[in-house]
Design a protein around this ligand. Structure first.
Ligand SMILES: Cc1cc2nc3c(=O)[nH]c(=O)nc-3n(C[C@H](O)[C@H](O)[C@H](O)COP(=O)(O)OP(=O)(O)OC[C@H]3O[C@@H](n4cnc5c(N)ncnc54)[C@H](O)[C@@H]3O)c2cc1C
Length: 309
């Protein structure tokens, strides 16, 4: 059997997504020939800092924007031509759009929600990280969908990967056509790039009380984020929501104020470097993830902390 690992590169608006580098770094650790598959149009320059052994680049106008059907067809053709034993895709909306199709067409089992991978075993995090499942693939031939934030991005960066171009398959008459990229409205803080986040949950009780957590965030030079009920109540915009149906964040410090720590919330913030929880309930699940915790009333702790700072 060949000892090749395909990493399916993800990019949007001319930017390579971090998950690509995370997967390249992991693939190098597994061992074998690491080949990054880059699909696009006029996008070869995106491969400049791929730390893989090789880049397989396919250029076609139909690949200029992400199109699951075009991507799937192209990756299947490359898999048939190069016979990788492992294919790594992001457990992202792009990755999950193509992974199942490639799995069926190439007869390779697909394991999703992967937080770790070796040559024959995939560890998946289910229920927002509450359950960890090991899948052993005896012949070491599989597709793994990797959770964003699971691995180091720097480990996947480098230079000097040889670039091999390959032809696209016939991409005429696709049933799926790219129409338009609808980007989220700008103008708000990008909580995914903040070093410090003060995140507020239902424990805050009402919209007016948000000012005490905003004051703490300001004092720390950070930004205010929240759990979903705060956004559902329209007290903060959707751009501030952390979690499964919000944004995944990885700040240096994450202060969870009046947040219980539901799996859907944890999924979005568990990779923060330092998690501090303020919650009156000592049994709140957030304390299973917090590095530091305070089991006191947030209306006492938050203003006192702001004053102290
Ligand atoms: C498909 C799906 C997707 C979802 N996506 C998301 C998501 O992206 N993000 C998200 O956050 N949720 C998401 N949820 C909702 C999630 O399941 C929880 O309902 C939500 O995270 C709970 O928010 P919370 O912790 O603010 O509220 P609660 O669970 O009500 O917790 C409030 C906490 O505040 C504490 N508290 C109360 N008063 C005080 C006080 N005075 N001082 C200190 N502590 C106090 C309480 O002890 C409690 O632990 C999703 C759910 C589903 C089904």
């Amino acid at each position: 059997m060949s000892n090749k690992i395909f990493v399916i590169a993800e990019h949007l608006n001319g930017q390579v997504e971090d998950i690509t580098y995370e997967m390249i770094g992991k693939a190098k650790e597994i061992g074998g020939e690491v080949i990054t598959v880059l699909l696009g149009s006029g996008a070869q320059n995106l491969a400049a800092d791929f730390g893989s052994d090789k880049v397989l680049y396919v250029d076609d106008a139909q690949l200029a924007n992400f199109n699951p059907e075009a991507y799937c067809k192209t990756i299947v053709q490359l898999c048939h031509a190069h016979a990788p034993n492992i294919v790594l895709v992001g457990n992202t909306s792009q990755g999950m759009d193509i992974a199942a199709g490639v799995s069926v067409a190439c007869d390779m089992p697909l394991v999703a929600y992967a937080s770790d991978v070796t040559a024959d075993t995939i560890t998946s995090q289910l229920y927002g990280g509450k359950m960890s499942v090991s899948s052993h693939v005896a012949d070491g031939r599989f597709i793994a969908a990797i959770l964003a934030g699971a691995f180091d991005t720097e480990a996947g960066k480098g230079s000097g990967a040889s670039i091999e171009t390959a032809d696209a398959p016939d991409l005429t008459g696709l049933k799926i056509q790219f129409k338009q990229l609808v980007a989220p409205e700008g103008g708000d803080v990008d909580i995914t790039t903040q070093d410090v986040l003060v995140s507020v949950g239902r424990g805050i009780q009402n919209e007016d009380n948000l000012e005490i957590v905003q004051a703490l965030a300001d004092k720390l030079g950070g930004a205010l984020s929240s759990s979903r009920p705060i956004v559902d109540s329209k007290w903060l915009p959707k751009t501030r929501q952390v979690g499964k149906s919000g944004l995944k964040v990885k700040p240096k410090v994450y202060i969870a104020v009046g947040i219980s720590g539901a799996p859907e919330h944890i999924e979005g913030m568990k990779d923060a470097e330092c998690i501090i929880a303020i919650n009156t309930d000592p049994n709140a699940p957030i304390f299973d993830y917090a590095h530091y915790g305070v089991t006191e009333d947030l209306f006492d702790v938050v203003p006192a902390l702001t004053d102290k700072l």
